[in-house]
Design a protein. Structure first.
Length: 397
């Protein structure tokens, strides 16, 4: 007697799972390909995340006492506290635990391994979320490849334990649960969206519209959704009060100058600066631009809209999951307008090339603010020169 074939829906779900696993493995391989161990690696913002496992081991708390010379900390009530939200550091704990077990030096760039795994996992969940929104699996796969390698998921989030990788993971899991549509999944999405805000408070600009969507389309599930979101909110409040002494810090260093920048130059820089512009480094986002306006308006007033020493539009990295609108737009608008194909193709190739440079060749010299508007002397031009120089060195003389 033959075993009955599984229902088509079960087969489709299984196929999606295997594709998601393949995309995770592919992304992780590319992210870690030929990577180099570095000491406390990606930048000042990542240092506390890299040190958090060691601080927990030494101090049995979230104080960083004893690491004064290794990072940017605030001193509160005689103790050192991370200047940045602490959530990313917890993602480093498994890598550090395995390294200690295997005898690997803990001053190696373990953080990059953690960041790559976190970002690659977000790739898998992005595909699963997108599969619930588009009709064609090929569309979901193609747009997931764009998400993985064309924007800052590749060139920033996977390079070190910034706040951006965990944000992408929380948002993609939240989107996957929302697109599943059942009451339990929609309610649990609030937990992950809440952790996205704990991880980076400005993420509320992305999480809040999704909460409004839940209220609009899943009204009966809204209270459970809010209850789930209250868990990370309570943890943020506890951490802020216990370590900072006030809930108003939102788990990070207080500053009265965050929004003292000039909106006009800041917005122009975030959009078209040759060193940081969203539409310069990922021109594909021209086709899903309108969904990003609120976050860009906020950061246009940020005192350092360029995001310090980094590659590309680092401060806007949390907008990367909005690449989901590329796939939706493709099936509903772009696919039947063949005259747009060359533009989409050029934008895709340019985006992939630029973030390949960021992942494998940045930094490319001093990150001088004077170069933020230089097309010939900016990091993009210098990384291209570094790449072409590498190619020339392997050509026969």
């Amino acid at each position: 007697m033959k075993t009955p074939a599984p229902p088509m829906t079960t087969m489709i779900k299984a196929a999606r799972g295997w594709i998601a696993l393949f995309l995770f493995a592919l992304s992780l391989f590319v992210y870690l390909y030929n990577y180099r161990y570095r000491i406390w690696g990606a930048g000042g913002d990542t240092t506390s995340a890299e040190l958090l496992p060691l601080a927990l081991e030494r101090n049995h708390s979230l104080y960083f006492d004893g690491f004064e010379e290794m990072g940017t900390f605030w001193r509160v009530k005689g103790h050192l506290i991370s200047s940045y939200p602490i959530v990313p550091g917890f993602f480093n704990i498994p890598a550090y635990a395995i390294a200690r077990w295997r005898g690997v030096p803990l001053d190696s760039m373990l953080s990059m391994i953690s960041a790559s795994i976190v970002t690659a996992t977000s790739v898998a969940f992005f595909f699963l979320a997108l599969s619930n929104l588009v009709a064609r699996r090929s569309t979901a796969i193609a747009d997931t490849v764009v998400y993985a390698f064309a924007p800052t998921a590749f060139s920033v989030a996977a390079r070190g334990m910034w706040q951006h990788g965990p944000s992408l993971l929380f948002f993609t899991i939240g989107l996957w649960m929302l697109t599943r549509g059942d009451a339990r999944s929609v309610a649990l999405s609030g937990l992950f969206l809440g952790f996205a805000v704990f991880n980076r408070p400005v993420n509320v600009l992305i999480a809040a519209p999704l909460a409004v969507y839940v209220l609009w389309r899943h009204r009966r599930t809204f209270l459970p959704f809010c209850a789930a979101a209250a868990v990370p909110a309570a943890l943020m409040a506890w951490y802020s009060i216990h370590y900072w002494g006030t809930v108003t810090t939102l788990g990070q260093y207080p500053s009265g100058r965050w929004f003292l920048g000039r909106a006009g130059p800041g917005l122009a820089g975030l959009l078209v600066s040759p060193a940081r512009g969203l539409l310069v480094f990922t021109p594909l986002f021209v086709f899903s631009f309108i969904a990003m306006v609120a976050t860009m308006l906020l950061y246009s007033k940020w005192y350092s809209w360029w995001g310090g020493n980094s590659f590309s539009y680092r401060l806007l990295a949390e907008l990367v999951p909005l690449a989901i609108f590329l796939a939706v737009g493709w099936e509903r608008f772009y696919r039947d307008r063949r005259f747009l194909y060359p533009l989409l193709g050029i934008a895709a190739v340019a985006s992939l090339y630029i973030h390949f440079l960021g992942a494998y060749y940045a930094p490319c010299g001093p990150d001088d603010q004077k170069r933020l508007w230089s097309w010939t002397g900016g990091e993009l031009a210098r990384c291209s020169e570094k790449f072409t120089g590498r190619i020339r060195s392997h050509l026969p003389q």
